[in-house]
Design a protein around this ligand. Sequence first.
Ligand SMILES: Cc1cc2nc3c(=O)[nH]c(=O)nc-3n(C[C@H](O)[C@H](O)[C@H](O)COP(=O)(O)O)c2cc1C
Length: 181
Amino acid sequence: MNKTILVLTGSPRVGGNSDQLADAFIRGVQSAGNSVLRFDAGRKQIGPCVGCQGCFSKGTPCMVVDDFTEFALDLLKADAIAIFTPLYWFNWPAGIKAAIDKLFSFYCSENPTRVRESLFVVCGESDQMDTYDPIIRTYEKTAELMHWENKGHIVVPSVFEAGAVQSTPAIAGMEKIGTYF
Ligand SMILES: Cc1cc2nc3c(=O)[nH]c(=O)nc-3n(C[C@H](O)[C@H](O)[C@H](O)COP(=O)(O)O)c2cc1C
């Protein structure tokens, strides 16, 4: 059966390592005949959740209308979500963090998303694997709260300059994973 996979990216840097990992994954997904929606949160304008709890009360997912509306519509169309982000200060870059905070609108309202499965990919400069623990744990708790079946996480360490990921096995690996996700 044809699936729709929402690829959520977190880097503000166009064509950087996490973008290239996402591109490889998308090639795999499409070669398997599945569909892709892509939301580049790091390059969108999403303000902070202000905690007003007015989610969906005026028809839009958030009272403060911004690019989260586009992400929310994608979440209502997708069967699965695959997240690709760089590590910033042991955690999420600000743009994707704002998008994740606004998932609150689905959590606190009666509007469940269609998404049932998730995958998480993070890259960073560090070669110390425990550096990635905080963001992995946050992802795991997010998946649990959103009732996404967590299909796992992948860390791509030791990549700093844009394109460094091309000299790792991760690009071929992501394309392969895309074919059977
Ligand atoms: C503001 C900022 C914070 C960062 N913080 C970390 C960090 O805490 N740990 C780490 O290993 N790398 C860190 N990095 C390095 C990036 O994660 C790394 O360069 C990554 O490959 C960038 O992904 P991108 O090319 O997709 O933007 C940071 C980079 C920036 C610009």
